[in-house]
Design a protein around this ligand. Structure first.
Ligand SMILES: [Zn+2]
Length: 810
């Protein structure tokens, strides 16, 4: 029976009815997962696990391909990987045994970016070839190939459905009007240390608690006009937390791939293009802080599955050289070409890892050992997160972010002294002597990006979590002793209602209090702003506050009487969040953050805005980060179907103006501020409008950095209730304002505001505003020159956004 089934092992073409990569043909997630499951049923080389469910409830798969003998001992192999990942557990005997018996483990992850679709199709062919081609199957005693067929199955289906719907029309292969991940779109590859999304969590758990592969290969595509395939070596600079052997290992894998591609007669393979080794947060970069060789390839794209013809003189490629020995001659570029390049690159990695099995194992162990030794040597020795924090929930979240990345976090059972300070029991300690030290250190320390050849960083320049999250984390350079208990997860110390009385005073210092305010207003409870506090009353308020304080760690003071003379909100403001048809990622993150904090909103589109009479339906309108042309004109109807084309137009802009003059609150996130300034004629100037495109320009430039701001004149506005006098904000090519007339600066830059990342000519920011409030008619406009909810990371500034939508409503 087994032999009969083996004979029936179907090729992808036989299963799908077309060869993966054929022009205009795409397999969706049902087809891809059915194929993988079928292979697993019939081949002793293939095993499929469902790691969990995606954001939109599809099964998320991991395919494990190795020899039948290895398949029979997967649990033992996983135990071996865990030992290799943590050399503290390894004895010499154990290591010798593992060097003799343990296969190398690699992970190939496909299709994280859904429009970069070739790898989702390539994976079926790769799995089939690994299970059937004798030249490959014979390598599988020495190797376990883990493959994620799609890192975002929801997005694969979104893109395939769109492509099929418009195939044969003028919109074939054109842009999507919405995100290909429910919340975060392309930023699903910006979430790898913060792990906010379902798919990120599933893969992170598999990587760092279960499989610990020595190599992670993330398969991407880029634009249509450049080189045909980028593979490492990456571009400078190199993050200081990357061990040289790791960097050399990435170079080795990239060189092996390029060599195989040129051997196969393919051209246009390049090294040292745009992708640098500075950034943390991508799926190729977070594993490198876990001693894994993390790489990506980036293939030139077709028009999704439709071919594209590029004359040689239209291709933007570097001259022939050591990093680009074989320029592409131009011509037609098809989905099948991308599949072929990716297949050759993947199989090159398979052969390398099988052949050099022991050196991959030895390098992985040595990297872990060097991290532990560096941590023992100190500078830093540990980070300490004391329990008394402005926002206890942010403190717990930061610890849980570290724990998700398999960083060891310990809790002090009693008070202790370290670095000339005394810390109370309950303090969290992150010692640096641990295998994933680089991950913890890189998230907790300050980044100082130094441009090489005047280039901007590939992604952001800084990400220091204690700053973005508003959490105090002390660095201790020298050894100390403390009574510590290892923790698996951290919850805030339960808060409670203190004092007696039926009036309750909230200091509104934590995000949990904003969640409570949303719950109170939703339940029909009144909330009064009294100076820098919020006041609520009654038995139902007591119940809601008691429950929320216990879970989210804030405290509430009960008093018999309190002044209730300030502005009183009597219901949850009717909040509208504008969703342009441009697939706006900031809109998605805003939606995600609102949902995490129980803030109910309605999504509005261009057609809703153009209808006008917005004030009858909404109290607050939020415009996400989008340029003024993006808001007004959207995507041109030559590129996208008419119903999604053209932006909000004059009709929409006029409706917004009428909404504000009629008493509404308009909240503009970063880029959309410029739209409001010009359309509503606000007495505000964005001094960075027209912006620089890179540090080579002799103008101010800051790509994803953390700046300090002072509240100064911002007191008395509902937007700043409970916000500290100085705080760290996230700036990503953001706006900065000067104000006149009735406009008011709520937060202002001090001299030298840079805290982490990079800024050129930062002195230009001094005295400028990062947050502005302007009364207009009977309404108001709030302009954010920052990213208060950036990628779901900036817990330290969520409060400003929550106040803007909850407390600054009419
Ligand atoms: Zn990509």
């Amino acid at each position: 029976m087994t032999l009969l089934l083996l004979a029936l092992l179907q090729s992808p073409a036989a299963s799908l009815g077309f060869e993966p990569g054929a022009d205009s043909m795409l397999a969706d997630w049902k087809q891809v997962s059915t194929y993988m499951n079928g292979l697993a049923q019939r081949s002793p080389y293939v095993h499929v696990d469902t790691l969990g469910r995606t954001t939109e409830d599809r099964p998320f798969l991991l395919v494990t391909i190795t020899s039948p003998a290895n398949q029979a001992r997967l649990a033992a192999i996983k135990r071996g990987q865990k030992l290799l990942a943590d050399p503290r557990l390894l004895t010499d005997t154990l290591l010798a045994e593992l060097r003799a018996t343990q296969p190398a483990v690699i992970l190939i992850s496909n299709n994280i970016h859904s429009t970069e679709i070739a790898s989702s199709q390539m994976g079926m062919t790769l799995a089939y070839r690994l299970a059937t081609d004798p030249a490959l199957t014979r390598l599988l005693d020495s190797l376990v190939v883990l493959m994620i067929p799609s890192m975002n199955p929801d997005g694969l289906d979104t893109v395939v459905a769109w492509y099929r719907r418009y195939k044969g029309t003028r919109y074939e292969g054109g842009p999507l009007p919405w995100l290909y991940h429910k919340y975060v779109g392309h930023d699903n590859n910006r979430d790898w240390f913060m792990v906010t999304q379902a798919e990120t969590r599933l893969v992170t758990r598999m990587l760092y608690t279960e499989w610990f592969p020595e190599v992670v290969y993330d398969v991407h595509q880029m634009g249509q006009n450049g080189v045909r395939l980028f593979v490492p070596p990456f571009q400078d600079p190199v993050n200081p937390n990357l061990d040289p052997a790791l960097v050399a290992g990435m170079n080795l894998v990239g060189a092996q791939m390029a060599s195989a591609l040129y051997d196969a007669g393919l051209t246009g393979v390049a090294h040292q293009q745009s992708y640098d080794l500075w950034w943390h947060g991508g799926f190729r970069s977070t594993p490198t802080r876990h001693n894994m060789i993390g790489i990506l390839s980036e293939a030139a794209s077709a028009r999704i599955a439709s071919p594209l013809t590029l004359p040689a003189d239209s291709v933007r490629q570097p001259p022939r050289g050591v990093n680009y020995p074989g320029p592409w001659p131009g011509g037609t570029w098809r989905l099948g070409d991308i599949v072929r390049y990716e297949l050759v690159a993947s199989e090159a990695l398979v052969r390398l890892a099988a052949r050099d099995r022991t050196s991959f194992i030895d390098r992985f162990v040595a990297l872990g050992r060097r991290q532990i030794d560096a941590g023992r040597a100190g500078h830093p020795f540990a980070y300490i997160l004391p329990p008394s924090q402005r926002d206890p929930e942010a403190w717990a979240t930061l610890a849980n972010v570290l724990l998700a990345g398999r960083v060891e976090v310990w809790r002090a059972a009693e008070s202790f002294d370290a670095g000339n300070r005394t810390y109370p029991a309950g303090s969290l300690v992150v010692p640096m002597a641990q295998p994933f030290r680089a991950h913890a250190k890189d998230l907790l320390e300050v980044q100082r990006y130094t441009p090489v050849n005047d280039r901007p960083p590939y992604d952001v320049a800084g990400w220091t979590l204690p700053f973005t999250m508003g959490v105090r984390a002390d660095v201790v350079d020298a050894p100390f002793t403390a009574n510590l208990v290892k923790v698996d997860s951290v919850v805030p110390v339960p808060g409670r209602i203190e004092g007696t009385g039926e009036m309750f005073v909230l200091r509104n210092r934590s995000n949990g209090e904003s969640r409570a305010v949303a719950a109170l207003l939703s339940a029909g409870q009144s909330v009064t702003i009294s100076g820098d506090s919020l006041i609520v009353r009654g038995a139902q308020a007591r119940r809601i506050l008691g429950e929320q304080a216990a879970v989210h760690g804030f405290s509430v003071r009960a008093v018999p009487v309190a002044p209730v003379t300030g502005k009183t909100l009597r219901h949850l403001p009717r909040i509208a969040l504008y969703q342009p048809w441009t697939g706006n990622i900031d809109e998605g993150w805003t939606r995600w953050v609102f949902e995490q904090y129980g803030i109910t909103y309605a999504t509005v589109h261009d057609s809703n805005l153009r209808l006008g009479k917005l004030r009858q339906r909404f109290d607050v309108l939020v415009l996400p980060n989008e340029s003024a042309p993006g808001l007004l004109q959207g995507v041109d109807s030559t590129r996208i179907p008419l119903q999604y084309a053209g932006g909000m137009g004059d009709a929409g802009a006029n409706a917004i103006s009428e909404f504000v003059r009629g008493g509404g609150t308009l909240v503009c996130l970063d880029g959309s501020s410029s739209f409001a300034i010009s359309r509503l004629n606000l007495p505000v100037v964005n001094i960075l409008g027209g912006g620089a495109s890179g540090p080579q320009v002799s103008l101010f430039y800051a790509p994803g950095s953390i700046f300090g701001v002072a509240l100064g004149g911002g007191r008395g506005s509902p937007v700043t209730v409970g916000v500290p006098d100085s705080l760290d904000i996230y700036f990503e090519n953001s706006a900065a304002f000067t104000v006149t007339g009735t406009a008011r600066a709520l937060a202002t830059y001090p001299a030298e505001p840079l805290r982490s990342g990079y800024a050129r000519f930062q002195e230009r920011l001094e005295g400028k505003a990062a947050l502005v409030e302007v009364p207009v008619g009977s309404g108001r406009v709030i302009l954010f020159g920052m990213r208060p909810q950036f990628r779901g990371q900036t817990h330290g500034t969520f409060k400003l956004l929550f106040n803007a939508v909850l407390l600054a409503a009419p």
